[in-house]
Design a protein around this ligand. Structure first.
Ligand code: GUN
Ligand code: ZN
Length: 430
């Protein structure tokens, strides 16, 4: 699968410091990426790359953009069939729609079929890595990683830990949560491209004894990421704090069990106190913005610029099935709107950095994915900025690259994804 891809090549060497910080870009108008053994071997002007790699066949994607594949920092594998479930906010939405859907993932055949659909949708949208919550059942994790491995994808995920405030069929125990997670870590973590994430669902569905089990897991595997939910909804915060009366706020519940550090991915993190923001900044933990989900469930406005101003590195994610779109382009567009509601401006360079290199940094994987650095894995997305009539009409009037990128986040989705590559292989479902 060695080849040269030719097109308008765009990546990020570092975090852009403003809408005019073009120096942060890796940008070649007539560019190319040489791929050998699934890795990026060279990036540059087409003429130069072609000279370096005369042996490689060229796939010509001009005039399309070629970028690092998109990364989704928070998604729920068992929730593909509850997108667009009407009428509830978080806690009632979980009980009414989410938990019944997740119950079905005890069945391996169902989980296998959903895994096929799940990765089809991610790849159709140009997403080459995601960090997923699977269901409580180890079968769901096996289905998830088996299908990811079959497709050669770098995927992260883990079984949710939940031993209360959920239907019987979705409850584990502190001991089975520990034992099953340890077995899954042994089976999957570091096998091929798989990465296991310790996944206590949220404080409401874990007893203190289970939080201790989560802590024991992180002590046994200090190199693993941890993902959970934090301060998404006011009723959720009140219930979580009432279940842990000794904790000094919601974040402190997790902190007491040693779960808050640079490997912590804190989904939503909307209604944070000043103290909680300071703790997140001090510990290097990562809030994860889920903009379409926060609009869908009426959860609130994520303070992207404010958190950044405190030196906090946040991720961005679809949060399917509360999220309204599988597309990281759409997700970035929604983040722009939520910023606008707070008088903030999310600029297009930052948005594209965020859904590629930024999320890779959040996941601790920027040495492998999210960039065009030679040696990194050739997970790429090819974008057709004129894919639809509305995009084509609008792009006639696009003034520059920034304009083009911004419009892609407003009007773009899977239809703008011309191809997706994983380790240099084309993987967009047809
Ligand atoms: N909090 C706990 N579980 C979930 C979930 O599945 N989705 C969302 N949006 N929030 C949660
Ligand atoms: Zn979530």
């Amino acid at each position: 699968m060695d080849r040269v891809l030719r097109g308008r090549v765009l990546g990020f060497a570092r975090e852009p410091q403003g809408v005019d910080d073009l120096a942060a870009l890796t940008w070649f108008e007539d560019g190319a990426i040489a791929i050998r053994g699934g890795l990026i071997a060279a990036v540059g002007d087409y003429a130069e790359v072609a000279r370096q790699a005369p042996d490689l066949a060229v796939t010509d994607h001009r005039p399309h953009l070629i970028l690092p594949g998109f990364i989704d920092a928070h998604i729920h594998f068992p929730q593909g069939q509850i997108v667009g479930s009407w009428g509830e906010q978080l806690l009632d939405w979980l009980n009414t729609y989410t938990f019944p859907a997740e119950t079905r993932f005890a069945d391996r055949a169902h989980a296998d079929r959903m895994a096929g659909a799940f990765f089809d949708l991610l790849l159709a949208n140009g997403t080459t890595t995601a960090s997923a919550f699977c269901s409580v059942h180890p079968t769901s994790v096996d289905a998830y990683f088996t299908e990811a491995e079959r497709r050669g994808l770098r995927m992260l995920g883990g079984k949710v830990l939940m031993d209360r405030n959920a239907p019987e069929a979705l409850r584990d125990t502190p001991q089975t949560a520990y034992d099953d997670s340890m077995a899954l870590i042994a089976r999957w973590h570091g096998r091929g491209r798989a990465g296991y994430v310790i996944s206590p669902r949220f404080a409401i569905t874990s007893t203190p004894a289970q939080m201790e089990a989560a802590q024991a897991l992180t002590q046994a595997h200090p190199d693993l990421l941890i993902q959970t939910h934090l301060s998404e909804n006011r009723a959720e915060i009140d219930l979580a704090c009432s279940l842990y009366p000794q904790a000094d706020g919601y974040l402190d519940i997790y902190a007491r069990y040693g779960l808050v550090g640079p490997g912590a991915l804190l989904g939503h993190s909307i209604h944070l106190t000043g103290r909680e923001r300071a703790v997140i900044a001090e510990t290097g933990a990562h809030p994860v913005h889920c903009p379409t989900s926060n609009m869908f469930l009426g959860s609130g406005l994520f303070d992207e610029a404010g958190l950044r101003g405190q030196g906090i590195l946040s991720g961005i994610a679809t949060d399917i099935g509360a999220g309204m779109s599988w597309s990281m382009l759409r997700t970035a567009g929604a983040a722009y709107s939520i910023a606008q509601l707070q008088g903030q401006k999310l600029d297009p360079l930052r948005a594209f950095w965020w859904i590629t290199r930024g999320n890779a940094e959040v996941l601790g994987l920027a040495d492998r994915i999210g960039t065009l650095d030679p040696g990194s894995e050739a997970d790429l997305v090819v974008l057709d900025s004129r894919a639809t009539p509305d995009l084509a009409l609008r792009m006639e009037a696009a003034r520059d690259l920034k304009d083009e990128l911004f419009v892609l986040t407003v009007l773009g989705d899977d239809r703008a994804v011309a191809e997706t590559y994983a380790m240099g292989r084309p993987v967009k479902p047809r």
